[in-house]
Ligand binder design. Structure first.
Ligand code: ATP
Ligand code: MG
Length: 452
């Protein structure tokens, strides 16, 4: 039968990326979804999309292809799930130099609904329209490339950690108390007790440096971010690392390597994708400098004040401030004021770092990695002694007793250690030029969105 609707024994022989004009005359079976169908009376052109790219199908009246196959094909709407078995034919006019002439068509699922946007649309303005049809939104070329790049970046990150002797860990996401205060937590019920979703693996990853020394985790963090911004999600993926017997300078060196290797992986993905798609890939990966510049917090405050800003030492630095200073590309801001930092962040040696001007202010061994105005990572040297942790907690008005499960670990002797958390979606935004974080995750969660 030339037309049927079951997969049966039929299997794909080639992905689109495996086809070429050199296979002229070969019998092939391709499977995927219909990107376009255009019938012109005696000839029907269709494009089937698979994981890797596009396959042009040409069904002409007059012997080459059974009439019922051509007619059935031309009746289909874009997105339908199909298979075509047929003959590959070299065709100098086709974009990739070949087309497939169908002998058999399987129609697995017909489209029941008109999609809210064209599958080939390069941009669709309203993100809510897209999110409501996310499964097919993710078929659009720009998101295909973004998420394939994400996968490559994750592989490069894991390769880096493996090579550098890190152990991959997973820490509890259901926790009994806040890790750092500040960011709002999601409350849940844990049987009959109140509990929270973890805003970071911070305390557990620190404890694990006592036994494994070098650990990393790639997992969700949950933050009740009540504001609507293009860079905050309620559920994000954090690449966390923590390492014993190093300080924040060593961690910055590691992040620089991670960013460089991620960018290399993204670029090598793009090169390959451009080859398959004939150059039409709407993403570009920025160059990462050999040395990522480091600016002290104090020096930036001085520059802002010099430019007439009202910023005081101790204030946060806002995107508008960084824009004003013309900072772009990747750079670190180091030695932040100690006061607002979480309790586990170590004070700078001598109790004072670069405080800006003549003031002697308490700074911390901390950094943020930025890309333009976007924060990609925060990290620091951590405190390794219990009494220092307790005094910082008291100074911040925290309930020391409720952290006994954590502080108790330090009674057994913790090594000096340092680490950071890198927002995967933020890194992907920086490496692909994606403006809205909702397009750097598959199914975004934000203050307005819990479905799909
Ligand atoms: P921001 O100032 O941008 O709100 P933060 O300083 O509160 O971020 P950290 O606690 O330092 O965030 O978390 C470490 C990293 O995790 C951040 O640098 C960022 O890349 C990522 N991250 C934190 N919160 C979010 C979020 N709500 N959505 C997406 N990524 C996040
Ligand atoms: Mg931060």
């Amino acid at each position: 039968m030339a037309i049927s609707s079951d997969l049966g024994d039929l299997r794909r022989t080639h992905y689109s990326s495996e086809l070429s004009e050199g296979m002229d005359g070969q019998d092939v079976t391709v499977m995927g979804w219909l990107l376009t169908v255009r019938g012109h009376g005696s000839i029907t052109f269709a494009t089937i999309c698979d994981r890797d790219g596009e396959v042009p199908i040409v069904a002409k009246k007059g012997g080459e292809c059974p009439d019922e196959v051509r007619e059935a094909l031309s009746s289909l709407k874009a997105h339908s799930s199909v298979a075509v078995r047929g003959t590959l034919r070299a065709s100098p006019k086709a974009p990739r130099g070949f087309e497939v002439v169908p002998a058999e068509l399987r129609i697995f699922s017909r489209v029941q609904k008109i999609p809210p946007f064209e599958p080939v649309a390069k941009t669709v303005k309203n993100i809510d329209t897209r999110l409501e049809a996310r499964p097919i939104d993710l078929r659009r070329s720009v998101l295909q490339h973004t998420f394939k790049m994400r996968s490559r970046i994750l592989r490069a990150v894991r390769d880096y950690f493996e090579r550098e002797g890190f152990i991959e860990i997973n820490t509890p996401k259901i926790i009994s108390s806040a890790t750092e205060g500040g960011a709002a937590l999601f409350s849940i019920f844990y049987y009959d007790k109140p509990a929270f979703l973890a805003q970071s693996p911070q305390l557990y990853k620190e404890q694990l440096t006592m036994s494994f020394e070098k650990v990393f985790e790639i997992a969700p963090i949950f933050r009740a971010e009540a504001s609507r911004t293009p860079r905050h999600l309620s559920e994000a993926i954090s690449i966390d690392l923590e390492e014993a017997f190093v300080d924040y300078n060593d961690v910055m060196d590691r992040i620089a390597s991670l960013v460089r290797e991620s960018a290399d992986a993204a670029r090598s993905y793009l090169d390959g994708a451009k080859e398959v798609a004939g150059g039409d890939v709407p993403l570009a990966v920025p160059e990462i400098p050999d040395t990522i510049p480091r600016h002290t917090y104090g020096s930036l405050v001085d520059r802002l004040q010099g430019a007439g800003a009202k910023t005081q030492w101790g204030d946060d630095l806002y995107p508008s401030d960084l824009k004003r200073l013309g900072l772009d590309g990747f750079y670190f801001i180091v030695d932040w004021p100690l006061g607002p930092k979480p309790f586990y962040v170590k004070e700078s040696k001598g109790g004072s770092g670069d405080a800006g001007g003549e003031q002697r202010q308490r700074t911390s061994e901390s950094f943020d990695l930025m890309c333009g105005e976007l924060e990609i990572s925060s990290g620091s040297t951590r405190i390794e002694r219990r009494e220092d942790l307790e005094s910082r907690m008291r100074a911040k008005g925290m309930n020391v007793d409720s952290f006994e499960y954590h502080l108790g670990a330090f009674d057994y002797g913790a090594p000096p250690h340092a680490g950071c958390g890198i927002g995967l979606e933020r890194l992907l935004m920086a490496l692909t030029g994606t403006a809205n974080i909702r397009d750097a995750t598959f199914y975004p969660r934000d203050v307005d969105r819990l479905v799909p």
